[in-house]
Design a protein around this ligand. Structure first.
Ligand code: NAP
Length: 316
């Protein structure tokens, strides 16, 4: 029976997500040993200092060697090359589970699957939890508590491996749901990718204004803009890779978004208060649904916690 425990977990990438997995796994004793690899020596040393990993390696293949769980926690665009490197070095242990945490799924499956040898179980995943911070120092054990983790096991994948990974994520604090990679990408395009694009864009629009000064934008930001700036502070490498790898779904959702924005623009232009009121009421109802589902609190001030409490989880 699956107990979600592993002898050796190899984290390839020990930033926000990788280090949070390590902290959460240690919290409930899910691994005898956690090792890691990163792009730079500085990050490996930092992760060692913080106790995120027991041992660090410059090469992903060395880290993965002998691990019964290998987790790719690096930017989406590099995961294929990392899997290829591990495979070329013959470093995958027979019977190991290989997973990832990438924010896009279909492209990762295309990139990684060709490098998974027979006897290794590839079960792609994505924790719907995050913050705008990055690096090993930004991770914390509670990141996944009461958040969803989506698994996209390919057809024919060993059910025991899927079940073992599901239990692992549940013990990290998450709820787990399985779906196809394509459906994942469509859902996340509207719930995460397009909202981030809007945040990046509105922050840049404000920065380029001529008749409102930067000082005024900063001083009066609590009117709603401030929360866009928090999302727009997210890692540029990660988000570049998300948009390059979820092109179709993002473009489809952006098309819908533009049509709805045009409807609002028309209502404003023609003084159509009934339409504005109806559309804003619909949006308010959806927000209530999120709070009722326990995916955010109804704390006032655009979700800001009172002083001393932790930053809100942005549910990337
Ligand atoms: P992060 O904090 O920037 O960490 C990325 C890690 O990947 C760093 O340790 C980095 O090492 C390492 N890395 C980069 N290139 C590598 C390579 N070639 N080989 C080995 N390691 C490499 O990023 P993150 O937020 O944890 O994101 C990691 C993954 O999680 C991404 O795929 C992202 O889509 C997904 N995700 C992110 C969030 C979120 O909110 N941030 C939420 C869910 C899922 P260096 O520091 O040395 O560069």
């Amino acid at each position: 029976m699956s107990d979600g425990r592993f002898e050796k977990i190899a984290l390839i990438g020990v930033g926000l997500i990788g280090s949070s997995i390590a902290h959460a796994a240690r919290r409930v004793g899910l691994a005898d040993r956690i090792v890691g690899s990163a792009r730079t020596e500085t990050t490996i040393q930092k992760a060692l200092q913080l106790g995120v990993i027991d041992e660090g390696f410059a090469s992903p293949a060395e880290a993965a060697n002998g691990a019964d769980l290998v987790m790719l926690c690096a930017p989406v665009g590099i995961c294929g090359a990392i899997a290829a490197e591990i495979n070329a070095a013959n470093a995958f242990r027979d019977g190991a589970i290989l997973t990832d945490v990438g924010s896009v799924k279909a492209a990762i499956v295309d990139d990684v699957a060709p490098h998974v040898p027979a006897g290794v179980h590839f079960v792609p995943g994505h924790p719907i939890a995050g913050t705008e911070q990055s690096g090993p120092e930004s991770g914390f054990a509670e990141l996944f508590d009461n958040r969803w983790c989506i698994l996209t096991p390919p057809t024919g994948c060993d059910p025991a491996a899927v079940s073992q990974l599901k239990v692992f994520w549940e013990k990290l604090g998450s709820f787990v749901q399985t779906m196809s990679p394509e459906h994942h990408d469509l859902v996340l395009a509207i719930t995460s990718h397009v909202p981030h694009l809007i945040a990046f864009n509105i922050v840049n629009t404000a920065a380029h204004l001529e008749r409102v000064t930067d000082q005024e934008v900063i001083k009066f930001s609590a009117g709603g803009f401030r929360d866009f700036t928090r999302i727009a502070a997210s890692d540029p490498t990660m988000w570049r890779d998300v948009f390059l790898n979820n092109k179709e779904a993002v473009l489809e959702m952006l098309g819908r978004f533009s049509e709805d924005l045009t409807a609002l623009q028309r209502a404003i232009r023609f003084g159509d208060g009934d339409t504005l009121y109806r559309l804003f009421s619909d949006a308010r109802m959806l927000r209530r649904g999120i709070v009722e589902a326990g995916q955010d609190t109804d704390a006032p001030d655009f979700g800001r916690r009172v002083t001393g409490a932790s930053e809100p989880n942005t549910d990337e």
